[in-house]
Design a protein around this ligand. Structure first.
Ligand code: C2E
Ligand code: MG
Ligand code: MG
Ligand code: MG
Length: 297
């Protein structure tokens, strides 16, 4: 129902801006309401030790369960929340939900010392973040050594003393730092040297090109993953693969020597109640065909 395009397209352009502004306002209102009505959830995705199949930890992923619109994902929320300043509040809510999730899964047999990885936007890195996280951890009786703070290069690229200070404070608290989406950004390798990184997460794009395209692309991706893994290990980091969807990918990544992995092959990110129901099956190492079938449910 768009107005007719004007001589030079101005009309269409105006309408598009109005559409974008309306959509944005809608999301902003949605975020505000979600904070009031408690619609935010931290879905959890298992992170598996590749050598053994044991679940080593979980990554918390933001979801907004809207009563009419359904479940909104971070791509729809995070950018807007960053721009209007809500990200701090939203981040704290997600962190607390994730900690509750961790406490719940820790009750399951064998899960007592699993870790929790939480994603942070650069704009959440204010000076008060470490003390806010410490307070939430204390309240729930969770030790900081079980927490992994996932950041992307965007945080490190700011390269300002305040960010550095927050990272150091989180380290002193006992949290570990993971560098997410590794290998895609600009000058990634130097960050391993300049910042206190404990874990490197190989970007999904490398994993995705294993086995799904021509042999030459698989070979090149494998070479890149091998290189990243070798360097990361020599820098003392643990290496995690993201987006594992096939047995072929799992086999190759295990062969290369990555430490941990996550992906639909093991499990999608799940709301806490579904995870709790499925965890006994996931925790006992499943034959591969069963795992694949479960991931597709
Ligand atoms: P990420 O941290 O790299 O998370 C991995 C993304 O890949 C997640 O998307 C996850 O659902 C998806 N994924 C997991 N396994 C597979 C797989 O096997 N195949 C494929 N194709 N995808 C898989 P999601 O949940 O949409 O999150 C997207 C991004 O949003 C995250 O990327 C992270 O950067 C950001 N994000 C998520 N939660 C939060 C949060 O609480 N706070 C902030 N600031 N950012 C968040
Ligand atoms: Mg992440
Ligand atoms: Mg990632
Ligand atoms: Mg990402």
């Amino acid at each position: 129902a768009r107005k007719r395009n004007g001589k030079n397209g101005t009309r269409l352009f105006d309408d598009e801006i109005v559409d974008i502004a309306r959509k944005r306002l809608e999301i902003e209102q949605c975020i505000e309401q979600a904070l009031r009505e408690d619609w935010f959830e931290a879905y959890l995705q298992p992170i598996v030790e590749l050598g053994t199949g044991r679940i080593a930890g979980f990554e918390a992923l933001m979801r907004l369960r809207h009563p009419e619109k359904g479940v909104l994902v971070p791509d729809e929320i995070v950018g807007v929340a960053e721009e209007n300043g809500a990200i701090g509040k939203v981040g704290d809510v997600i962190f607390e939900k994730a900690i509750r999730g961790l406490s719940a899964v820790s009750q399951v047999s064998g899960m007592g010392d699993c870790y929790l990885a939480v994603n942070f936007s650069p704009l959440q890195f204010d000076a008060a973040l470490p003390s806010r996280l410490a307070a939430i951890l204390l309240e729930h009786g969770v030790t900081a050594s079980r927490i992994v703070v996932e950041i992307t290069e965007a945080v490190l690229m700011l390269d300002n003393p305040a960010v550095r200070h927050v990272l150091d404070a989180l380290g002193e608290l006992g949290c570990r730092i993971a560098l997410d989406d590794f290998g895609t950004g600009y000058s990634s390798l130097s960050y391993l040297n300049r910042f206190p990184v404990d874990i490197v997460k190989v970007d999904q794009s490398f994993v995705r090109s294993i086995g799904t395209q021509e042999a030459e692309i698989t070979r090149k991706s494998r070479t890149l993953i091998e290189g990243i893994t070798m360097i990361s290990h020599q820098m003392g980091c643990i290496v995690v693969a993201e987006g594992i969807e096939t047995e072929h990918q799992l086999q190759m990544l295990t062969e290369i020597g990555l430490d941990f992995g996550q992906g639909y092959l093991f499990s999608e990110p799940l709301p806490l109640s579904s995870l709790m129901a499925r965890l006994p099956h996931l925790a006992a190492r499943q034959p591969s065909h069963e795992r694949t079938a479960m991931a597709g449910q």
